[in-house]
Design a protein around this ligand. Structure first.
Ligand code: MLC
Length: 522
């Protein structure tokens, strides 16, 4: 019987020439497919030597590097569960994740070893190793004595491959559990839908410019899996850096990014067609791409960005088409449900919406996760009785001049801010602020921001607004929680606007402060 381990699928797609380049780094280091396979084999052997039970978690908070990708692949090969953590996470977040997930192995950066060893040990973890950006740290030293041959552990499609923590509406983060089957079905679908397969069939080799972080769905599953299954070369940048992106774009055929990457590219006056001369596909996701950005990008480069829609719980679910014969790419829409993925729009009363009517987006398919880690009730709440996942997004099919099967997202039923492609739930930040001395209550909102799309701001109620030190709020949050969640502005007020039911009117606040980061000129 076929091994359902995602790595087996990836391995079956390796290019015939294992000595061709798999990864080239921004600094000019080269790794072949054979290097990657062997290194992940050594790490998998080390993991297997620890004698952990099936399903044990390997939590990883390291900077991006080829070895980080190898650690991910090794974890899958060893039949363990990969738990990537944003490098921006600070003490309060890490403490929660480690206690909740109870990983058996934690890999962190050398710089944070002391802090994380303490947190990991409090969570009952006995194996804490380090991995730096330049092949430094204890992990590779531990793996070095082991053989590089490793028989990938047999896994079924329903077995767990990864847990991705998503911020929670109630303040508590939830671990979305993804199976080997979720990862494989999505990667195979995108391989065809985004034209990787047809390039391969035509004897061409894609080159992916990879600038996204490796700890979220976009960079880890969508981008890396696409390159792995395509046998494509990856040019791996440690992070999105405008100068490096401009340098490597002319040799690349595919680029994936959050909208901030596209606005930053456009901010460079010299950026234009010559940078995109080899490019066949620009993909945007994780946050709404402004129609204006889409238009400007096409004018400047001749390239029509493909916008798609996904989330940790479902990987990718909807995408604008790649092949023109399937339909146009339309700015402001996220396109059509991917093959094999069911997407429906429902009214609040549970009845289906008609074309053009705004409703709640629900999804079903082999890409949809089985549930949240150790949260059976939350899982039950988020699925309908007939098995559809409630995304929390609101949208409509069709519209003026738009095909009936194209989805446009118009908002969210959950109170979510997306800043530079990272999700932030106001409730979590309000929880921290409300604990601070002198604070009566707070409201955290997202405001338009020219670089991040939306930025986090806080409106804090104090009994003595004039005497309240707003800078102390951000000062106290930094170091406790990830920087991108820390409000970039704090407004101190005497009270919050409320409706007749006593509910805080965040829309009034968003309107009042809307020009904070994007003042209108004139
Ligand atoms: C960094 N900062 C941010 C931020 N990123 N603030 C708000 N939002 C963000 N996204 C902070 C920094 O800590 C710093 O704070 C200040 O803002 C300026 O930082 P910078 O140097 O300009 O930031 P940079 O390092 O360049 O990072 C920006 C970025 C990065 C856009 C390149 O955030 C990024 O790569 N985002 C991609 C996120 C992503 O991969 N999302 C996918 C999720 S998966 P200070 O205080 O030091 O000044 C998903 C599913 C799907 O959503 O469908 O894909």
């Amino acid at each position: 019987m076929k091994n359902g381990n995602f790595y087996s699928l990836a391995e079956s797609r390796f290019p015939a020439d294992l000595d061709s380049t798999c990864i080239e780094t921004g600094e000019g280091a080269f790794y072949t497919w054979r290097d990657m396979h062997r290194a992940s084999g050594r790490i998998a052997n080390w993991l297997a030597s620890l004698g952990l039970e099936a399903g044990a978690r390997v939590a990883v908070q390291v900077e991006k590097s080829p070895e980080c990708l190898m650690l991910y692949l090794a974890t899958l090969r060893a039949g363990l569960v990969y738990l990537p953590l944003n490098t921006a996470y600070q003490r309060a977040e890490l403490e929660y994740f480690l206690k909740d997930a109870e990983p058996s192995v934690v890999v962190c950066t050398p710089a944070r070893f002391d802090e994380i060893r303490q947190l990991a040990s409090a969570a009952g973890c006995r194996h804490v190793e380090t991995l730096g950006e330049r092949r430094d740290g204890t992990l590779l030293a531990r793996a070095a004595p082991f053989q590089d041959a490793f028989a990938t552990a047999r896994r079924a499609a329903r077995d767990l491959a990864a847990i991705l923590y998503t911020s929670g509406t109630t303040g508590r983060s939830k671990g979305a559990m993804l199976t080997h089957g979720n990862l494989a079905s999505n990667a195979l679908t995108l391989d065809e839908f985004w034209g990787f397969k047809s390039e391969r069939d035509a004897g061409r080799r894609d080159v992916l410019l990879h600038a996204l972080p490796l700890f979220h769905v976009h960079g880890l599953f969508v981008a890396s899996h696409a390159a792995l299954l395509a046998g494509a070369k990856t040019i791996m940048l440690a992070k999105f850096d405008l100068a490096a992106a401009l340098r490597h774009l002319p040799r690349s055929t595919v680029f994936m990014g959050v909208p901030t990457y596209y606005t930053r590219l456009l901010s460079e006056p010299a950026f234009g067609r010559q940078h995109c001369r080899s490019m066949r596909l620009f993909i945007s996701g994780s946050a709404p791409l402004l129609a204006e950005t889409h238009k400007q990008f096409e004018e400047r480069t001749g390239q029509v960005i493909l916008e798609r829609y996904g989330m940790s719980e479902t990987v990718m679910l909807v995408s604008n088409p790649y092949f023109p014969e399937r339909g146009p790419r339309i700015a402001g829409t996220v396109g059509e449900p991917l093959p094999g993925v069911g997407v429906r729009l429902m009214r609040d009363d549970g009845a289906p919406c008609t074309v053009g009517e705004i409703g709640n987006v629900q999804v079903r398919g082999p890409n949809v996760f089985p549930g949240y880690w150790r949260m059976p009730e939350k899982t039950r709440e988020e699925f309908t009785s007939d098995g559809w996942f409630r995304t929390g997004d609101v949208g409509h099919f069709g519209g003026k001049g738009i095909p009936d099967h194209y989805l446009t997202l118009v908002g969210r039923s959950k109170d979510l801010i997306i800043s530079g492609g990272y999700n932030v739930y106001p409730k979590e930040i309000e929880g921290y602020i409300d604990e601070m001395p002198g604070v009566v209550e707070s409201a955290v909102i997202g405001l338009p921001h020219p670089d991040f799309g939306e930025a986090v701001a806080a409106v804090v109620v104090s009994r003595e607004p004039a005497a309240f030190d707003a800078a102390a709020v951000t000062g106290s949050l930094k170091g406790q929680i990830a920087n991108y969640k820390v409000p970039k502005r704090v407004f101190v007020v005497a009270d919050l606007p409320r409706n007749a039911m006593g509910k805080v009117q965040k829309n009034v606040l968003r309107e009042r402060y809307k020009e904070t980061f994007t003042p209108t000129r004139g």
